[in-house]
Design a protein around this ligand. Structure first.
Ligand SMILES: [Zn+2]
Length: 364
């Protein structure tokens, strides 16, 4: 599998090189057909060993390159100045895919049969739901291999929810999430522990020569740590998002990209990145699980939700360190994050009433 992955990376870099040259010399963006032809009539002839890799996998690589250049083109058209798609080093290319599940790749008992590679012993974490269509083989930073099999479902079951009505959720740095009904998820210990362990390893790495065995040992340890916490966080977010979707009939959330922009001025990069990835993971999971459950998700503008009084609308200015909202106009006193969650709910209900704005989301 390692050599198939390396072969795909080689094709990716060669195709990127060809597309970059075409753009730099004559300003032309190659499309999927051009890339396929280059691969078939130039690359494979120059490098016959590429014929050992299944055409499905090569075709998917060409698709990735075409997508990267399409994104580049649309960003240019949007007035941005994006960088040309980059070459991928060995650490930056981690997966290859079979676009059709079945003859070329299939799961037989506890073995994954991969054409031109053979049978690979594996642990199946869950059974198929629906009809399998494609398979992606990926290698984690610690060298573990995973196979992700995508399935399509004919009909989506609609789960009944224990209806506690609509809710607003504030995603924060102090509490991971605070709810308008007073519920609080405090997951910050996980991040703090991870941050302090990472800092310790990074400090040791900075004292080593980058070409030494010692440095590589710490780098491996850092990758293991990162993978371990990522798995833990994913597991935690799965539990939380299921709980949320099964409990409420409408979920008002903050528009994360706007929120990240606001917080980028206030928080150190490392800590903010950890929170941003946790927020994103939670929001994405809530979004797709809500579709299955017939729960509506509404995204609202998060600006000033922590400053405005959710009861009377008075603007009560407070710094990040002030944890309690206490309104001098109406006397409302509540945890800062819960007040923000109430504002998010109010905005969500306003948008629900008008059915307008971004993220007017899903009904099953
Ligand atoms: Zn008030």
């Amino acid at each position: 599998m390692g050599s198939a992955l390396e072969g795909c990376r080689f094709v990716y870099n060669k195709e990127v090189e060809m597309c970059r040259k075409a753009y730099e010399t004559c300003g032309r963006i190659f499309n999927r057909k051009d890339i396929d032809e280059y691969c078939e009539y130039v690359l494979k002839l120059d490098h016959p060993r590429l014929n050992e890799i299944h055409p499905d996998c090569i075709s998917e690589v060409s698709n990735r390159v075409a997508q990267a250049f399409r994104k580049f083109e649309s960003e240019m058209a949007g007035g941005l100045s994006p960088e040309l798609p980059a070459f991928r080093g060995p650490d930056r290319y981690a997966s290859f895919s079979f676009i059709k599940y079945g003859g070329n790749i299939c799961l037989i008992g506890n073995r994954l049969r991969i054409i031109s590679i053979g049978d690979v012993k594996c642990v199946a974490h869950r059974s198929f739901e629906g009809h399998p269509i494609s398979c992606t083989i990926s290698r984690s930073s610690t060298g573990k291999w995973f196979a992700t099999i995508s399935c399509v479902q004919q009909s989506i079951p609609c789960k009944p929810s224990a209806d506690k009505g609509p809710v607003g959720i504030d995603l924060g740095l102090y509490n991971l999430a605070a709810f308008s009904d007073g519920t609080v998820y405090d997951n910050t210990k996980l991040f703090d522990r991870m941050a302090s362990e990472m800092v310790k390893i990074q400090r040791k790495m900075s004292e080593c020569d980058t070409d030494s065995d010692e440095f590589r040992k710490y780098k491996r340890r850092l990758c293991h740590l990162f993978e371990h916490y990522n798995n833990k966080m994913r597991d935690e977010m799965h539990k939380r998002s299921t709980e949320i979707v099964e409990s409420y009939s409408m979920i008002a959330l903050e528009d994360i990209s706007v929120k990240e922009l606001i917080h980028s001025y206030h928080t150190s990069t490392g800590r903010r990145n950890q929170y941003s990835s946790a927020w994103r993971m939670l929001v994405e999971m809530i979004e797709y699980k809500a579709v299955d459950s017939g729960v509506q998700v509404i995204f609202v503008d998060p600006r000033n939700t922590s400053q405005i009084c959710s009861r009377c609308g008075h603007y009560v200015r407070k710094d990040l360190g002030v944890r309690v909202h206490s309104c001098p106009a109406c006397g409302f006193c509540v945890d800062r994050d819960i007040n923000a969650a109430m504002n998010i709910l109010n905005r969500g209900l306003g948008m629900q009433a008008s059915f307008s704005g971004k993220g007017n989301s899903q009904f099953s």
